[in-house]
Ligand binder design. Structure first.
Ligand SMILES: Cc1cc2nc3c(=O)[nH]c(=O)nc-3n(C[C@H](O)[C@H](O)[C@H](O)COP(=O)(O)OP(=O)(O)OC[C@H]3O[C@@H](n4cnc5c(N)ncnc54)[C@H](O)[C@@H]3O)c2cc1C
Length: 406
C-alpha cells in the first residue's frame, strides 16, 4: 500500500455515488482539508448525469429579460449550469450549440455570457497569477467579522445562499462584490478568496474577472450596490426589512479611489492547438478543470484507465468548503461506474511523475507548473469555444472582435 509524505494512504478507495456515501467518504479521506463535517450543496449534485439533465432542462426562452432576477426564486432566468461548465462536464461549445433554435434575443444574450466565460479563461491564460496584480482599488478598510453586514436581510440572505448552496446568480455576486469594495473599500482580493472558498463554480479566471469588473478595477465604472438594485431585482424584500426607514445602503456609494498600476507582462498558457504525443500513454490523467465524459484525453483513449489526484498541499492551503469536495467526489464516483478509475491523495507531481499519461491541457498556471515536471506523454488541446489569438486581452470588446474574425 502506498503512503504519502504525511503517512496517509495515497491510493483512495472508490466512493459510491449516493450523497450520504460521498459525504462519509469525504469526511473519512479528506476531512483534514476543510472545517466541519462534509455537507454537500442542497442545490447541486455533481456528476455527468446531473450536468446533462441540467442542460436538457434549460430553456433559454426569456433568458435576456430574467437572467438578473433574484427573488422570488421562480423569477430567476439564469441557467445554473456554471458548476458543470467550471469542471468541464459541460464544455462551452456544447452549451453554445444546445441553445440553438431559441428566440434570437435570448440566444444572443446567453451566448454573450458564454463568451464572457471564454474571455475570462483567455484572460487568465494570458496573465496567470498576475491577475491579482492590478490592485487598483486602494483598500481603506477591513471590516470586522464577515466583511458584509449580516444585520441587513438583503446581504444576509445572499451570503447565506453563498455559504449554503455554493452558488449565486450574477446579480447578487455583484451586490456582494460592490458592497465589499466600492461601498466599504475592502481589498477585492480578500473578497474574491471568500467567494472562491464557497462557490461550486469558483474559478480564478471568472471570479477574479468578476471582482475586478465590479470594483471598477477592470471596467470603466464601479458597480455601486445600493437599495435601488434590491427593490428592482428582489421586490418585496425591502418592505419586510426592519431597516426600511433608515436603510444604510439607501444612497449610492461614493466612487472608490484607485491606484494606477502597469499592465502585467503577458504569458501564454493557452496550450497546444493539436494533440502532442511524445510516447504511448497507458493512463489518462484527469484534472479538476476537465472531469466530463467528453474530456478529450479520456474520450480519445477509450481503453485506458484514468487517474485523479486530490491535490493535498493545494487543498490544505485553500481550505475550500466541503460542498466543493462533495461535488467533485460525486462526479468522480459516477465516472468510476463507467471507467477504470484510480483516486489518489497527495502532491500530483509526486503521485504522477514517471508515469505515461495522456491529459487534456488546462489553461491555468497550476497545470503548467505540475505538467512541466510530470511531462505527460500525450497532451490534448483544451476545447476552446474561440481559438486563442495573439494580441492583448485587455478588453472584452477588443478580444471579441479579434476572436470573432476567425
Ligand atoms: C464578483 C463575481 C464573481 C464571479 N465568480 C465566478 C466564478 O468563480 N465562476 C464562474 O463561472 N463565474 C463567475 N462569475 C460570473 C457569473 O456570475 C456566473 O458565471 C453566473 O452567475 C453563473 O450562473 P449561471 O450558470 O446561471 O449563469 P447564466 O447567466 O445562465 O450564464 C450561462 C453561463 O455563462 C457564463 N457566464 C455568465 N455570466 C458570466 C460572467 N459575468 N462572467 C463569466 N462567465 C459568465 C457562465 O459560464 C454561466 O454558467 C462571477 C461574477 C461576479 C460578478
Amino acid at each position: 500500500m502506498l503512503r504519502c509524505h504525511c503517512g496517509r494512504v495515497a491510493t483512495l478507495p472508490l466512493p459510491s455515488p449516493t450523497r450520504d456515501a460521498v459525504e462519509t467518504w469525504v469526511d473519512d479521506h479528506l476531512g483534514h482539508l476543510f472545517d466541519g463535517p462534509a455537507i454537500g450543496s442542497p442545490a447541486f449534485r455533481g456528476g455527468q448525469r446531473s450536468a446533462d439533465a441540467a442542460l436538457a432542462a434549460f430553456d433559454v426562452r426569456g433568458y435576456a429579460a430574467t437572467r438578473n432576477e433574484v427573488a422570488p426564486i421562480e423569477r430567476r432566468g439564469a441557467s445554473r449550469l456554471s458548476p458543470y461548465i467550471r469542471h468541464g462536464l459541460l464544455p462551452l461549445p456544447e452549451v453554445w450549440r444546445a441553445v440553438g433554435g431559441g428566440p434570437n434575443r435570448d440566444v444572443e444574450k446567453f451566448r454573450d455570457e458564454l463568451l464572457w466565460q471564454e474571455y475570462s479563461r483567455h484572460w487568465y491564460a494570458r496573465l496567470g497569477r498576475a491577475t491579482t496584480d492590478p490592485v487598483r482599488n486602494a483598500p481603506t478598510d477591513v471590516r470586522p467579522g464577515d466583511g458584509w453586514d449580516r444585520m441587513l436581510p438583503c446581504l444576509n440572505a445572499v451570503v447565506g445562499e453563498l455559504e449554503q448552496d455554493g452558488w449565486l446568480v450574477n446579480q447578487t455576486r455583484m451586490w456582494l462584490a460592490g458592497d465589499w469594495t466600492v461601498r466599504h473599500g475592502q481589498d477585492w482580493r480578500r473578497g474574491e478568496d471568500r467567494f472562491f472558498r464557497h462557490l461550486l463554480d469558483g474559478s480564478r479566471a471568472a471570479n477574479r474577472l468578476g471582482w475586478q469588473w465590479t470594483t471598477g478595477v477592470g471596467s470603466n465604472k464601479p458597480y455601486g450596490f445600493s437599495r435601488w438594485q434590491v427593490e428592482k431585482r428582489a421586490p418585496g424584500l425591502c418592505k419586510r426589512c426592519p431597516h426600511r426607514d433608515a436603510c444604510p445602503i439607501d444612497a449610492w456609494p461614493d466612487e472608490p479611489s484607485f491606484v494606477s498600476v502597469d499592465w502585467p507582462a503577458e504569458i501564454d498558457l493557452t496550450g497546444p492547438d493539436e494533440i502532442v504525443t511524445h510516447a504511448a500513454p497507458d493512463t489518462v490523467w484527469l484534472t479538476a478543470e476537465s472531469l466530463g465524459t467528453t474530456d478529450p484525453a479520456l474520450s480519445l483513449n477509450p481503453g485506458l484507465p484514468a487517474v485523479f489526484v486530490f491535490d493535498e498541499p493545494l487543498l490544505a492551503r485553500l481550505r475550500l468548503d466541503s460542498k466543493r469536495l462533495v461535488f467533485l467526489t460525486e462526479t468522480l464516483a459516477e465516472l468510476a461506474e463507467g471507467h477504470d478509475l484510480e483516486l489518489r491523495l497527495g502532491d500530483p507531481v509526486d503521485e504522477l511523475v514517471g508515469r505515461s499519461l495522456a491529459v487534456t491541457h488546462a489553461p491555468v498556471p497550476g497545470f503548467a507548473d505540475r505538467a512541466s515536471v510530470i511531462r505527460p506523454a500525450e497532451v490534448h488541446p483544451w476545447p476552446w469555444l474561440r481559438q486563442p489569438q495573439p494580441g492583448s486581452v485587455r478588453s472584452f470588446s477588443a478580444w471579441r472582435k479579434k476572436v470573432d474574425r476567425r
